[in-house]
Design a protein around this ligand. Structure first.
Ligand code: 5GP
Length: 114
């Protein structure tokens, strides 16, 4: 299977500004934002999607959420943001490399209106 676009970003093949990086994950701005603040937290380990995560990934999954907190604070939406993890084509997943969407900057009512 070919490397996902996210693996290519992580490996530096596709230049991208990282909002955050550490040995386990990176965070970048979404190229097609669906909210005023829309960032992605992506593990370096290419887990295909959440349902493929294994017990040994438990610490990594927790780490991704703590990094999402940091990134949300850094981007000024620490008081109100959503985390979204798409799992599968039927819910609109397009890149098969696990990632957390951080979305903020709009009120819940505005978000519900799409
Ligand atoms: P999914 O639908 O798979 O949960 O989300 C994939 C997300 O990746 C989409 O929101 C899409 O806009 C974003 N995306 C796709 N290609 C790129 C890219 O090359 N760079 C960045 N920064 N985001 C991307």
């Amino acid at each position: 299977m070919s490397a996902s676009i996210f693996s290519r970003i992580i490996d530096g093949e596709i230049p991208s500004d990282f909002i955050y990086e550490d040995e386990h994950c990176i965070a970048i701005h979404d190229i097609n934002p669906q909210a005023p603040v829309h960032a992605l937290v992506i593990p370096r380990k290419p887990i295909r999607m959440l349902v493929d995560a294994q017990p040994e990934d438990q610490a990594l999954l927790g780490h991704l959420m703590l990094v999402a907190n940091k990134v949300a604070l850094e981007l000024g939406v620490g008081e109100g943001f959503r985390l979204v993890v798409n799992n599968g084509e039927s819910v609109g997943m397009t890149i098969y490399h696990l990632h957390l969407h951080i979305m903020g900057g709009r009120t819940y009512a505005e978000q519900s209106m799409g």
